[in-house]
Design a protein around this ligand. Sequence first.
Ligand code: RET
Length: 223
Amino acid sequence: MSSGVQLSFTIGWIAMLLGGVMFWVISRGLPEAQKRHGVAAMTIVFVAFANYFAMSLGQGDLFFNGRTVYFARYTDWVITTPILLISLALFAGTTLNRIATLLAALVAADIYMIVTGLVGNLSTAPYNYYWWLISMAAFLVVLGIVWGPLRRCAEQGTEMSAYSKLAGMLTALWVCYPVVWLVGSSGISVISVTVESWLYLVLDVTAKVGFGAVALGAARRAR
Ligand code: RET
């Protein structure tokens, strides 16, 4: 592993750990009814911490089809992205009943997206691009639910502005992942593995610690 990649993993686990401590402190001050936002935010960063820590020890990768695949990214994402979506959905409806079906569809499409992305990363050309397209289709389903039916639920609730802000932030960050994947070592390889790992680091920290901070800020103001 190059020292640039190694450094990105070290910064990754430290950032996630600090994020976890910060969320714990903020969560203590949340009203009882809002603590679930704290639980979501902490779970996300502590799962990411474990995966970044594994990668920094050299335990999160495997050598397959002639290149290194950092599978720990996917074991991180497959757990944390559903929780991020649940965290967003908690602002769309406070009674689980109303959003249960949407939430199940959202989580199913999201897991499908991550798993097919991993299969693509383990594939050689041109199969990797087929899997990218399949994963993209699932991603569009996720975005369709977030901006369609789930948003309409949020419109009927009390936390519409928080929902809009978080949905916007989530979309802006998440669309970068398939781009990095495509230009990086899993796709056409026009950027180095070091640049790729730094891009994922910035995205992961913003999509987890940044998103969580905004979500907890909104939870503090929520009724
Ligand atoms: C992959 C494979 C290629 C196609 C698509 C992908 C989408 C990944 C996303 C990941 C989001 C990760 C987050 C992590 C941490 O907070 C799997 C790269 C569509 C959207 C938000």
